[in-house]
Design a protein around this ligand. Sequence first.
Ligand SMILES: [Zn+2]
Length: 272
Amino acid sequence: MTTRISGLPRRCVFCGGQPLTVEDVFPLWLGDYLGREPAYRVFSAGIGGGQRRGFRGLSMTARARRVCRDCNSGWMSSLESEASALIKPLLNETLPIPLTGGSGGNLTLLARWAMKTALMIQCVQRGSAIPPTVYEHFYATQLPPPSPQCQMFLARHTKHGISDGATSIGWSVKGPPSSAGAFAYEGEMYGVTFWIANVVLQIIGYVPIVPAAGTFTLNYPSPYWGYVEQFWPAIAGITWPLSRPVLDDPGLIAFSRALRGMLPSGASPGVV
Ligand SMILES: [Zn+2]
């Protein structure tokens, strides 16, 4: 599927280059590995309440014409080959997989792959929940934004439910105005949750405008805190499969929608 996002220049979302080529949102190796037939499903309607973006299932064969040839066949292709060796055993769950932090650790690789996939998912949804500066940063550094402006979580989902999908939510935060008329803080928050079979990845970020070095404190929804493991910024190490409860279908949907409760530090509910 190719979706054109109107109002944006037809240039590479990462480097601004041309010509554009068609890139698979989920790499072909993944659909092949899982033996998935091409399919497209919509699980549920959009989320209201002043927040942008929607909630929909994703096909393993979703494609987007938003990336240039050099990015597609260069760094993106290298990242996919590197990541496939890590992701396949995570999907398999036949052996315990040690996941380690640090610059050479596979948690950093997982975080890079999750960020790239989350950025590509935006290209087949109605506009990007993730601000353009995050694309630029990722292209320049090949790393997700550092903590505390980006945090990632890993969870496990039952293999017998909704197989693949994604939610993306982006929203602006502001307030409260100071006596000088400026806002105490202002920025853009985004949250992307996607799941492939048993592997659930969630990315939460904040792009501060005021103050420029603004941070956020995650108010993670408590019913699901026990299900998730934070892995970015990279921790010392964890073992997959996680020794935590497994999300069922209703839990997975609630978990991904719980992003609506996220606020930057100092914010109070209702400030959007
Ligand atoms: Zn490019």
